[in-house]
Design a protein around this ligand. Structure first.
Ligand code: NAD
Length: 472
């Protein structure tokens, strides 16, 4: 169990870390980077480019494994600091949950072991196919999982032999700089290189464009909203785009309702619902709706009354000619603070639930906050139909609570999502309470899915013909 920490203690701790960071970070001026943090994007790219060549020429696969182990160790040691820094700097989420999220990627991101060689032999000789590096990867990262995405991308991309230049979200630049520092320090200890991960201290759209346009950058990886993915897709380079989700949950009449309530509460309240894969709306059949809502309240959720819902909507959503949007001031904020702001006394409430219909803006937008709409449906067919509509072709995540295999299969096929979870929180899909590896970059739009080292490697073939290296 992690102890509670006051806001003052948190500020002091983060202040100390930031002063340590500024004393060890790059000096101002061009070519100033130390341990990967640069003032100019061009210098960050050049440094990563030079170290990537040394990496593939001089560092053995065994040393690569040791380096990845060193990354895991330092990230675990610094986990609490990284989690608290992220919350302090971005204002998003809960540091205890960020620790769990970081821990999942630190331990669950696969390394070099997934890069297996494929061989085929026959009358005509032998063929092998290997996973090989692209070179320098340009990676753009979100504000919602700052340290977790850097650690996850670093392990996957370095395992495949690449170097990485990050353009991080400006609202998380200090947390990301600190993460890049400690990882590069660990990498230097393991193999002597200190620029396999680089970034600019002050990321902007200009630095992103420099990264996208650089001839030294072979492939772009973007983790964020659809605007980012579209920008990468129009760059003319190979790109892996991990975009927005709006994951719906279907609950049918055969479901274990107590389990559904417990798991939906867990996923929708985790880190104040900033995860792209977190449950954003629930479609429940009429006959199970009352029990599900009761279960959510029993788990700790607060059911909004009509008048409160109106006030919360006005508080946390904004509206323009294109429709509703989550207010930047309230994305990832605590549910208890929302309640207090509309005059409802609240303790440690982690999730607000509203009963509503399909047209409610909380169903339509990717709200990224702990406010969960529940829609009653006349039957499972309607629930599936509305859930598919809400997911909106993003091909991200959907889930169902059911014991009916036909319902599960039908929804999985119609949803056509990268992640489909049955009878658990969607967190289970990235190894938190479920089988499988962890990732913070889920590439639905470009199809790589849950990324690992293989996603960031080129497949190359070597063929030996007649009299090739066969043993029979
Ligand atoms: P965001 O799109 O605002 O920013 C993400 C990153 O992209 C930032 O570094 C930002 O500076 C950059 N960016 C944005 N538009 C850009 C453009 N046109 N050109 C270049 N860079 C650009 O997203 P956010 O608020 O940081 O993160 C939340 C969003 O990311 C949500 O929509 C969430 O679903 C999504 N997300 C997806 C995944 C996934 O694996 N699919 C993981 C985490 C977050």
């Amino acid at each position: 169990m992690v102890n509670a920490i006051s806001r003052t203690e948190l500020k002091e701790l983060v202040g100390e870390v930031l002063s340590r960071l500024s004393s060890c970070s790059g000096r101002d001026g061009a070519g100033d980077g130390r341990l990967g943090v640069y003032s100019r994007m061009e210098d960050a790219i050049d440094a990563a480019h030079a170290d990537q060549k040394r990496y593939v020429d001089q560092i053995s696969i065994a040393a690569r494994r040791e380096m990845i182990q060193a990354i895991r160790e330092v990230s675990l040691e610094q986990n609490e600091t990284l989690a608290k820094m992220a919350v302090e700097e971005t204002g998003l989420g809960r540091w205890q949950d960020k620790m769990e999220k970081n821990r999942a990627v630190i331990l669950g991101t696969p390394g070099t072991e997934v890069l297996t060689t494929h061989a085929q032999s026959g009358d005509s000789g032998l063929m092998i196919e290997e996973y090989t590096p692209y070179g320098v990867i340009g990676a753009i990262t979100p504000t919602t999982n700052p340290a977790a995405t850097i650690i996850n991308n670093a392990i996957s991309m370095l395992a495949a032999g690449n170097a990485v230049v990050f353009n991080v979200h400006p609202s998380a630049k200090r947390t990301c700089a600190y993460t890049v520092h400690i990882l590069n320090n660990a990498i230097r200890g393991a193999c002597g290189l200190e620029n396999l991960l680089t970034m600019v201290k002050e990321p902007t759209m200009d630095t992103a464009n420099t990264l996208m346009e650089s001839e030294k950058v072979r492939i772009l990886v973007g983790t964020g909203g659809m605007g980012l993915v579209k920008a990468l897709l129009s760059s003319g380079k190979k790109c892996i785009g991990a975009g927005a989700g709006n994951p719906p949950v279907v609950v049918d009449e055969t479901a274990d309702i107590a389990l559904a309530a417990k798991e939906i509460y867990k996923g929708a309240s985790f880190d104040n619902n900033v995860l792209c894969l977190a449950e954003k709306s629930v479609f429940v059949v009429e006959s199970a709706a009352d029990r599900l809502i009761r279960g959510l309240i029993d788990a700790g959720a607060y059911l909004l009354k009509d008048a409160e819902l109106k006030k919360i909507t006005d508080l946390v959503l904004t509206k323009d000619e294109t429709g509703f949007h989550p207010s930047k001031n309230w994305v990832g904020r605590d549910a208890g603070k929302m309640l207090q702001s509309v005059g409802v006394p609240a303790g440690d409430v982690r999730l607000l639930v509203l009963e509503t219909d399909f047209d409610n803006p909380f169903v339509q937008v990717e709200q990224l906050m702990p406010v969960l709409p529940v829609v009653r449906c006349r039957d499972v067919d309607q629930a599936i139909q509305l859930a598919v509509k809400t997911e909106g072709g993003r091909r991200h995540t959907a889930s169902i609570f059911s014991r009916n295999i036909d319902n599960m299969t039908r929804f999985a096929r119609l949803a056509d999502t990268t992640i489909f979870v049955k009878n658990a929180s969607t967190l289970a899909s990235v190894g938190v309470g479920g089988e499988g590896s962890a990732t913070m970059t889920i590439a639905g739009p470009t199809g790589e899915g849950l990324t690992d080292a293989r996603s960031f490697a080129r497949r190359r073939r070597c063929t030996l013909c007649d009299g090739g290296f066969k043993i029979y």
